[in-house]
Ligand binder design. Structure first.
Ligand SMILES: [Fe+2]
Length: 185
């Protein structure tokens, strides 16, 4: 199989990691200058909610994970840990979003943004590493070629909806915008 469902998820991880790296750069910048690039942080939240959670995690949580849980009890254990990591990551983004309107006037809000972006980046790097090295090889072992093709077709359906609305192109472009460091202040 040349391009299976796990290849697609791995490619999406690469895009997510571009934004994770931008978050780490933002944290370093907040710690150094005491200021927040609010518009960039809002773009990071938008990307994370739409692409990472809305698109990528939908494929995992609604399509891949249930299939693995059904197939093997030990895969089910791994899946429940991964699901709790998705939830912990969402919580970081909720807290970042809640603090963002006060970033200009409140040092506590700026700290909350830096802490939650830092925790999110830390969690996501570990989480993606675990999926790439444990979950995907397990998926490739548990599902036969036909099942993997069916999963790919389901992913294509999700992707087709994203392409139709222009979201796919928009979020790829946004990740690459965020990859460029902000201008010096
Ligand atoms: Fe993932």
């Amino acid at each position: 199989m040349i391009d299976g469902p796990t290849d697609q998820l791995r490619r999406e991880h690469e895009l997510v990691l571009i934004v994770v790296e931008a978050m780490e750069r933002e944290v370093a910048d907040i710690e150094k200058t005491g200021r927040v690039h609010s518009e960039r942080v809002a773009q990071m939240i938008d990307f994370t909610r739409h692409f990472t959670d809305g698109n990528h995690h939908t494929k995992e949580e609604e399509l891949l994970f249930p299939l693995l849980e059904e197939r093997s009890a030990s895969a089910g254990g791994t899946v429940s840990i991964l699901l709790s990591e998705h939830e912990a990551a969402r919580d970081c983004i909720r807290k970042t979003d809640a603090a963002l309107p006060d970033a200009e006037r409140s040092a506590a809000a700026r700290s909350a943004i830096a802490e939650n972006l830092k925790l999110y980046a830390f969690l996501l790097r570990l989480h993606i590493g675990k999926e790439d090295t444990v979950l995907f090889p397990l998926t490739e072992r548990l599902l036969n070629a036909q099942e993997q093709e069916m999963l790919s077709a389901e992913f294509e359906r999700v992707e087709g909806e994203e392409t139709e609305t222009g979201a796919s192109e928009r979020y790829h472009a946004l990740a690459h915008t965020l990859a460029t460091p902000p201008a010096e202040r």
